[in-house]
Design a protein around this ligand. Structure first.
Ligand SMILES: CC(C)(COP(=O)(O)OP(=O)(O)OC[C@H]1O[C@@H](n2cnc3c(N)ncnc32)[C@H](O)[C@@H]1OP(=O)(O)O)[C@@H](O)C(=O)NCCC(=O)NCCS
Length: 147
């Protein structure tokens, strides 16, 4: 397998980032919404690149001691290659080094792939938000302790 590079997603990557998450996510950000993340000092947009191509993306905020995760997406034709796990493992390690003690997220109850990925990385279900999504689906709250 070709080597991958993990680095911050920058303004020059915006078109690729928007396209990837727009195709992958049930609830994608708008292009302007993503662009605003470059000016947010809490934001940690991180990409996994292969031969310069963005193939997995992460978005979260490091808020003091908590990493709040908003988006993890692997390009559809690169899934089940361990890339989501590699990206999230990297981001969690960096967050811990930056002072985070916990990571939190919401996920659709129907999103078995994402839930399995998070459980695989040590997240546990910490609650539920009824009707959280615009179409009325419930969210699971998940949390990991970063030690
Ligand atoms: C969820 C997602 C990011 C996983 O990315 P990925 O790169 O395919 O995941 P990985 O290959 O690193 O998988 C790691 C582990 O997660 C679990 N997993 C991932 N996809 C799975 C699937 N379709 N079914 C069951 N388990 C799955 C497995 O435990 C897997 O380990 P294994 O392959 O050794 O069994 C990807 O499916 C995706 O982009 N989905 C659409 C976007 C999305 O819903 N994001 C989450 C929103 S909160």
């Amino acid at each position: 397998m070709t080597t991958v590079t993990l680095r911050r997603i920058e303004a020059r990557d915006l078109d690729d980032w928007f396209a990837l998450q727009d195709q992958a996510m049930a609830d994608p950000f708008t292009r302007d919404g993503l662009a605003a993340e470059f000016d947010n000092h809490l934001s940690r947009p991180t990409g996994l690149f292969r031969k310069g191509e963005l193939i997995a993306a992460f978005l979260g905020w490091l808020v003091v001691d908590e990493l709040q995760i908003f988006q993890v997406a692997t390009s559809a034709n690169h899934r089940r290659q361990g890339l989501g796990r590699q990206l999230l493992t990297h981001v969690l390690r960096r967050a811990r080094a930056g002072g985070a003690t916990t990571a939190t997220l919401e996920v659709r109850t129907s999103n078995a792939a994402a839930i399995a990925l998070y459980v695989n990385l040590g997240f546990v279900i910490d609650g539920e938000r009824k009707g959280f999504y615009p179409d009325g689906e419930d969210a699971l709250l998940m949390r990991a302790t970063l030690v």
